[in-house]
Design a binder for this molecule. Structure first.
Ligand SMILES: C[S@@+](CC[C@H](N)C(=O)[O-])C[C@H]1O[C@@H](n2cnc3c(N)ncnc32)[C@H](O)[C@@H]1O
Length: 189
């Protein structure tokens, strides 16, 4: 069962200075291989925490797609100052993403997988990835109890790796990022 969806009214939490300190968006994307010219999709883009820095990093020749199931969240991004290579995509059912098959070089899914049917979402993500593309999954550690979603709804890195395998994505690296988050990187063969 999917966990609770993050409510748009709490969007300021996503942009807190503490979060920016422990999870600096541009540095995190760079650390896991985002480069100029790559087409990016941020699935569950929220307030644009990763989307807007990603759009700047890839340059005007490439596109940063911000995908969200919440029209309220997409409206928050729309109202922010953002580069013109940002394209917003609403997914009505949360699992059908209007982006062409094999068109994306780098996907980021941060604090989203535990809110969804992860397998359904990962299969759709795999569809939009080109061969060799990178998928960066960031999610909450189960042993971080001060904030975040209910612990029973969180996925462990091992569970995420298994789900990647079931979606025919090859998980290549697990990293503990800080006291709250871990990252799993996967590739489409
Ligand atoms: C906790 S917020 C994280 C936002 C952003 N990724 C970040 O790290 O700051 C989760 C976001 O994912 C969206 N979401 C949840 N499930 C989704 C799905 N299946 N497809 C698209 N968006 C989804 C929610 O609407 C919300 O905006």
């Amino acid at each position: 069962m999917p966990g609770h969806r993050f409510e748009a009214k709490h969007h300021k939490k996503l942009e807190s200075s503490y979060r920016k300190k422990i999870l600096p968006p541009a540095a995190t994307l760079k650390k896991f291989g985002l480069k100029k010219g790559m087409n990016v999709a941020d699935i569950g883009a929220g307030s644009g925490y990763f989307l807007i820095p990603a759009a700047r990093m890839i340059g005007q020749e490439a596109t940063a797609f911000g995908v969200d199931a919440s029209t309220e969240m997409l409206e928050i991004i729309r109202r922010r100052r953002h580069p013109s290579n940002v394209e917003l995509v609403h997914t009505k059912d949360g699992y059908t993403v209007k982006i062409g098959s094999g068109s994306i070089d780098y996907v980021v899914v941060s604090s989203v997988l535990h809110e969804s049917h992860p397998l359904r979402l990962l299969r759709e993500i795999r569809r939009i990835m080109r061969s060799g593309a990178t998928l960066l999954i960031i999610d909450w550690r189960k042993d971080s109890l001060r904030a975040g979603p209910p612990v029973e709804e969180r996925l462990s890195p091992e569970q995420v790796r298994q789900l990647c395998g079931k979606s025919k994505l090859k998980s290549v690296r697990t990293t503990i990022l800080n006291s709250r988050y871990y990252a799993v990187v996967a590739k489409k063969a």
